[in-house]
Design a protein around this ligand. Structure first.
Ligand code: ADP
Ligand code: ZN
Length: 767
């Protein structure tokens, strides 16, 4: 009797007949290749790999008609009847795998949610250095495989060199390191190679740790005890920990309310019960320092952030996987730490956009933390003074969410006093555009006079950001992008902040019929620094933005100097809004609180509220009371009124009303599709026809509240020489978004002639 096999992909001769007797059980690997398309494929495991291949390991497999070798991840292994059309796994790439079955399951969830192929998703989960086992070196060992006395007694003539090796190996109880053996016996590698060929000696390779980099630092414990509110918060979280099931707790606490202490104590409880915990912190320039301070509060702590060397990162993963390290503190990738026994995940500053991955899979670490907690059946804690509107809403609505509020700062320190200045009035009264309002100057001068420190936020780099011709109104933009060039005065050149093109700053209008002298306007950090230096010549000012801070070290030096009070005023971009905790900062100035900079993005208000709250939170953190001046041309915006009163809750309520009315998150889910092409017409045409196909697909499904918005030119309508159009998919919830994208992929509605397509599920930015 015959059974029919499927036709071979690489053999077009038709069906292949296989005798039943030939069928046998083999180890079959399910592999997710790192290629477009979400499928997994089966391969046979060659006998040589049968004992060693593990789930999660990266392998090379043949794909397609020609059997081109591509990398992929083993996502399943089992012994079953072998189908003769299966091709074998070609080779192994990674020595071991840190992708545990749990993490692969998490990878599947991420791949589904963010519409990214599984192979590519799994590749994003473990850092390359970790997969490659950097920090391990390959050490070769030699041992005899024939008994020494037999070799020596065999009567064959044995050279002195060979004898030296045999004697040394025979005298050892275990295999000897090849390099040492050769050195001691004073023979060349060729001699040993010959002995291996002749079957006397066997060489084995082992992976060994290069150097154990100790992260251990002396434990330090603060003098204070948790206050009443912190204890109450901790009690709620502890109850969730003890309940040992999935839940999300929002720890909503104003800046300086001592949220960090609450995480620390909750984590200690988890560790005491023998489990592991992950504390995620956003990627900001200060991360390394903050994490260092946190790490000093635990023993058995592993620290993972972007400043690590490959070797360190690789070591940490191993220590976490073995359970040696109980606490993992880190930025993004720490959410994928291979913990065998996870009990809690805390996400600090859960609203931070730096948690979003900027390449496919475009996951948000905060959401991945929730997915992981849900799969593991453990609690997750989200902390913030300005939670995402979505989080706030869910903490009100959902039964698996809890909410804890800490509305006062530690030690009952007062919240800083906030003043709003209308810059349109300033213009009328001072009869010109000014950088600093009179109130800003006055309070700043008083602060400096008292010997206290100030932080000034100007959320744009450079000197001026508008160059235009007063006669013909020509605007100077980047040759590749639809954005203004920014004048960086120091180098006499202008820079595009998107594609980084640099051109010499033009001084006359490029319009040949005009040739008028160009004018520069708009403020950046450089101009603020300039104005301050003229106004307060004796004051020590330092500018912090990505122009001046090219290395982490520079930033650390400035932070140290600021702490030591060798600097009076820090001027900077949002870099200085986050994480600084200095007792002598009593004044914070926001030079230009502008909603128009983010216009078109429905999160503009939310972002501005977050930024003002964050930077205001730098003031008055110790015994010197804080003052904040916010300059704006739109003082009537609700966001500013609420920021003035530190009233997140009213802001959130109003924002939610608006979002409900127009159908935005959290009431709907969004996915953004961006198409780009060097020819504007092609980009537009492709976007229009894709929108039509999507409409048709939506009509053919029964998904409620699903629609597609657009296409519209992106806010950044041209980037690096390509025109960009976007579409917004909108559905009732996450699961219908998955269904919709599934339908779209199946019906090939997302195929396009545009030269790039980005699908961004739950986008954090709509530029
Ligand atoms: P948040 O993250 O809520 O802004 P932090 O956790 O950074 O606040 O705490 C602010 C400051 O208050 C830190 O310097 C911290 O050491 C201190 N602190 C925390 N808890 C207490 C407490 N119970 N008593 C006194 N100081 C505290
Ligand atoms: Zn550009």
């Amino acid at each position: 009797m015959y059974v029919m096999g499927r036709s071979r992909g690489h053999d077009t001769t038709g069906h292949l007949w296989v005798e039943e007797g030939d069928q046998q059980e083999r180890m079959i690997a399910e592999v997710a290749p790192v290629v477009p398309g979400g499928r997994t494929y089966s391969f046979t495991v060659p006998e040589a790999l049968e004992g060693s291949l593990t789930v999660g390991q990266r392998v090379m497999v043949p794909l397609g008609r020609r059997g081109r070798l591509v990398e992929g991840f083993v996502v399943g292994l089992d012994r079953r009847v072998w189908d003769s059309t299966l091709r074998p796994v070609d080779s192994v790439v990674d020595p071991v795998s840190f992708l545990t079955p749990d993490l692969i399951e998490l990878g599947r969830e991420i791949a589904r949610h963010y519409a990214c192929p599984l192979g590519r998703t799994l590749k994003a989960i473990t850092p390359e250095a970790v997969r490659r086992q950097r920090g391990l070196k390959t050490v070769r060992y030699a041992r005899l495989i024939q008994a020494a006395d037999r070799i020596l007694a065999s009567g064959k003539r044995i050279s002195e060199k060979r004898r030296a090796i045999v004697e040394r190996l025979a005298g050892a109880t275990e295999a000897l390191r090849v390099d040492r053996l050769l050195a001691e016996a004073q023979v060349s590698p060729a001699v040993l190679r010959a002995m291996v060929r002749e079957g006397w000696v066997e060489v084995i390779t082992r992976k060994e740790v290069i150097a154990e980099e100790p992260f251990d630092q002396p434990l330090t414990e603060p003098a204070f005890q948790l206050n009443e509110e912190q204890r109450r918060a901790l009690k709620t979280i502890n109850a969730e920990i003890d309940a040992n099931r999935f839940s999300v707790t929002l720890l909503f606490g104003v800046s300086g309310s001592g949220k960090t202490e609450v995480y620390i104590h909750a984590i200690r409880r988890v560790v005491a019960s023998g489990k592991q915990a992950i504390l995620l912190v956003p990627e900001i320039v200060l991360t390394t320092q903050l994490v260092g301070r946190l790490a000093a509060r635990f023993s058995d702590v592993a620290v993972s952030h972007s400043g690590l060397t490959d070797v360190q990162r690789s070591l940490i993963w191993r220590q976490v996987a073995t359970g040696d390290k109980k606490v993992i503190i880190g930025t993004r990738s720490a959410v994928f730490a291979p913990c065998p026994n996870l009990g809690l995940i805390c996400v600090d500053e859960e609203q931070e956009t730096s948690y979003k991955n900027l390449q496919a899979p475009r996951f948000n670490v905060r959401d991945v933390a929730i997915m992981r907690a849900q799969q593991a059946g453990i609690p997750v804690v989200l902390g913030s003074a300005t939670p995402l509107i979505e989080t706030w809403y869910h903490s009100e609505q959902r039964s698996d969410y809890r909410r804890i509020m800490i509305l006062r700062r530690v030690r009952d320190l007062p919240m800083p006093k906030v003043y709003i200045v209308d810059m349109r009035d300033e213009f009328i009264e001072q009869k010109r555009v000014v950088v600093l309002s009179r109130l800003m100057k006055k309070l700043l001068a008083e602060t400096l006079h008292r010997g206290e420190q100030a932080v000034l936020l100007m959320n744009r780099r450079g000197f001026a950001n508008r160059i235009y011709c007063p006669a013909c109104k020509t605007r100077i933009t980047c040759p590749n992008c639809s954005v203004n060039l920014v004048v960086h005065s120091t180098r006499g050149e202008s820079i595009c902040h998107y594609c980084r093109s640099r051109i010499e700053t033009p001084t006359v209008c490029p319009n040949v019929t005009c040739r008028e002298k160009l004018i520069q306007t708009g403020t950046g950090t450089q101009r603020v620094e300039d104005v301050l230096a003229k106004l307060f010549p004796e004051v020590r000012i330092e500018r912090v933005d990505s122009d001046t801070m090219r290395h982490r070290e520079q930033y650390r030096r400035i932070v140290d100097d600021f702490e030591a009070r060798k600097i009076d005023v820090l001027v900077g971009t949002q870099m200085i809004a986050k994480g600084l905790d200095f007792p002598f900062v009593s004044f914070v100035g926001v030079i230009h609180a502008d909603t128009s900079a983010l216009a078109g993005d429905f999160r503009a208000q939310e972002r501005l509220f977050q930024l003002i709250t964050q930077v205001a939170g730098r003031a008055g953190r110790a015994d010197v009371p804080g003052q904040v001046v916010v300059q704006t041309t739109t003082p009537a915006f609700p966001v500013l009124r609420y920021a003035l009163k530190h009233d997140y809750q009213s802001f959130a309520a109003e924002e939610l009303q608006m979002r409900r009315r127009v159908g935005l998150p959290p009431f709907r889910r969004l996915a953004r599709i961006v198409l780009a092409h060097p020819r504007e017409e092609t980009a537009r045409r492709e976007a229009v026809s894709m929108a039509q196909r999507i409409c048709e697909v939506i009509e053919s499904t029964s998904l409620r509240y699903a629609d597609v918005l657009g296409p519209t030119p992106c806010m950044l309508s041209r980037l690096r020489g390509r025109y960009r159009y976007d579409l917004l998919l909108r559905t009732a919830n996450a699961s219908s978004m998955r269904q919709l994208i599934g339908h779209l992929e199946q019906s090939k509605a997302l195929n396009t002639k545009a030269d790039s397509i980005i699908i961004d599920v739950d986008p954090v930015s709509l530029t």
